[in-house]
Design a protein around this ligand. Sequence first.
Ligand SMILES: Nc1ncnc2c1ncn2[C@@H]1O[C@H](COP(=O)(O)OP(=O)(O)O)[C@@H](O)[C@H]1O
Ligand SMILES: [Mg+2]
Length: 333
Amino acid sequence: MGNIKLVNVTKRFGDTEVIPPIDLEIRNGEFLVFVGPSGCGKSTLLRLIAGLEDVTSGKIEINGRDATEIPPAKRGLAMVFQSYALYPHMSVRRNIAFPLKMAGMDKTEIDKRVGMAAQVLNLTEYLHRRPKELSGGQRQRVAIGRAIVREPAAFLFDEPLSNLDAALRVNMRLEISDLHHNLKTTMIYVTHDQVEAITMADRIVVLNKGRIEQVGSPLELYRTPSNKFVAGFIGSPKMNFINGGEAAKRNADSMGIRPEHIFVSKDSGEWQGRVRAVEHLGSDTYLFVKTEGSGTLTVRAPGEFDVDYGDTIHLTPDPSKIHLFNNAGEAIR
Ligand SMILES: Nc1ncnc2c1ncn2[C@@H]1O[C@H](COP(=O)(O)OP(=O)(O)O)[C@@H](O)[C@H]1O
Ligand SMILES: [Mg+2]
């Protein structure tokens, strides 16, 4: 079981309120991602759940029990630190077994748990090696193994992939998702990278200045962002925001349309503009189009789309994909 509930939780450092009152329920078995820009309070929130920071006020429940005053080691949660937290002089086996040995568990049980963790993580052949004899991804898996053997109620990850190169990051994303499908244990994962969030999460919590902007599945956030912050944060390239005439026509302060929801034509369309830059990605072509009244818009054209800098181009937004916002930045539905 791994059900975690935050009730009216706040955190101050001195005079600075980093987390204004937050309520959040993390469901048993889900993969929940905290995402938001650097400094928005993601790590602080995770550390409050782990017990590594004390809450200023409010309550944290784990599996229905008040855990607010319970020390981190007794909360039954496992924080996965980055791979450099491995002991360099110990073998993979001893690194993974370490927390169990410290807890005084008997050898047969330790061997059984280490064996199972190694199997889940494809580390069986590497148990005798030292961390320096492993690749970056394997080291990361050892760090995860050390958490798995404790059979925690939930795993807490704080940007575990940020030190890895891009290709390895994609791989590790898949591995952590696989791990979640195999273990079915609650996972809370912190990242500033919206791609990591939308590719891995069952549900995403978007944070901004310590506040929850929206909670929902990746597609819910993509389709129906409740405000401009979420609309601009989820999705890549970013949603275009248009003020002025086009927004006013639709009785809104601001209009949002994603690059992939604008149809591009060389012949005709609702809007017109000149191509300021072309990015040929092969699978897609991104155009940056300077329009008359709506600023420069990013639009997605088909791959191998034949267009040059300075060309005049016509754009038509998909009317069913237009987002409207009021002057407070809240979505108008
Ligand atoms: N121990 C601390 N003392 C004072 N301020 C802190 C401390 N830890 C974090 N902060 C501040 O709290 C805010 C949130 O930090 P953090 O949770 O680390 O953000 P994130 O993980 O989203 O980048 C930042 O403004 C940071 O400077
Ligand atoms: Mg952080």
